[in-house]
Every structure is written in structure tokens, then in C-alpha cells.
Design a protein around this ligand. Structure first.
Ligand code: 5GP
Ligand code: ZN
Length: 112
């Protein structure tokens, strides 16, 4: 997808602050962090929303990377939040699947 921001990051045309990469997944720091730690974990393949994720193994890998990065960022014991925003009511702004990893402060519930 040439007009997708996150595909441009995967292609190397835009260079985010990458914290993890493997053949299927890229993770980088959010440009507008909502917590002391705010990382986005994305599949390298263009998947538009969570509704379009039909690869259970890839979904599992994304979650596994989130847990590993939480450990790496020192969030494991105090805790953290992971979020997939889906479509308009979910607050999705970038239509390339991404898992938010947020930590380093107390989170509120329910989310606004
Ligand atoms: P959404 O609302 O779609 O779940 O979240 C999109 C996220 O992407 C937002 O937290 C936003 O700050 C982040 N974002 C948007 N543009 C960029 C960018 O150019 N670079 C990085 N690193 N993050 C971005
Ligand atoms: Zn994309």
C-alpha cells in the first residue's frame, strides 16, 4: 500500500524510532506518546484493521512481541496496557493494524 504511513515505515521511506524488528513485525515508539512508554507493534504486511486479521499465528506473534517489549521496558511488574483500536468507534486513526503498548503510569478505566 503506497499511501499507507506504516507501510512507508516498513519500506524504509519513513524512519521511526524502531525498538524491535523481525521478518514479520516492526515495533517503534509512538510519535505522540500517551504514556512514558508508548510503542506501536505492527505486522509488516498491510492489514487494515483487526477485522482483517485472519492469521492466528501472526496475531500471536504480535502479542508475544508486546510482552517481550514490556519486559524490555521494565513494565512487567507494575503492569501496562495493550490496545487495538478498530474503526471509527474504536478511535482508529491509522488504517494499518497496530497494537499499542502503553506503560509507565497508572491507566484509567473505562477509556474515554
Ligand atoms: P490509532 O488511533 O490509529 O490507534 O493510533 C495511531 C497512532 O499512530 C497514534 O498514537 C499516533 O500518535 C501514531 N502516529 C501517527 N503518525 C505517526 C508517525 O508518523 N510516527 C509514529 N511513530 N507514530 C505515528
Ligand atoms: Zn499499510
Amino acid at each position: 500500500m503506497t499511501d499507507c504511513l506504516f507501510c512507508k515505515m516498513v519500506a524504509g521511506d519513513i524512519k521511526p524510532d524502531v525498538v524491535y524488528e523481525n521478518e514479520a513485525i516492526l515495533a517503534f515508539r509512538d510519535i505522540n506518546p500517551q504514556a512514558p512508554v508508548h510503542i506501536l507493534i505492527i505486522p509488516k504486511s498491510h492489514i487494515t484493521t483487526l477485522n482483517d486479521l485472519n492469521d492466528v499465528q501472526l496475531g500471536g506473534q504480535i502479542l508475544q512481541v508486546a510482552v517481550e517489549l514490556a519486559e524490555q521496558e521494565g513494565l512487567t511488574e507494575d503492569g501496562y496496557r495493550t490496545v487495538f483500536n478498530c474503526n471509527r468507534n474504536g478511535g482508529q486513526a491509522v488504517y494499518h493494524l497496530h497494537l499499542h503498548l502503553l506503560g509507565g503510569r497508572q491507566m484509567g478505566w473505562p477509556p474515554g
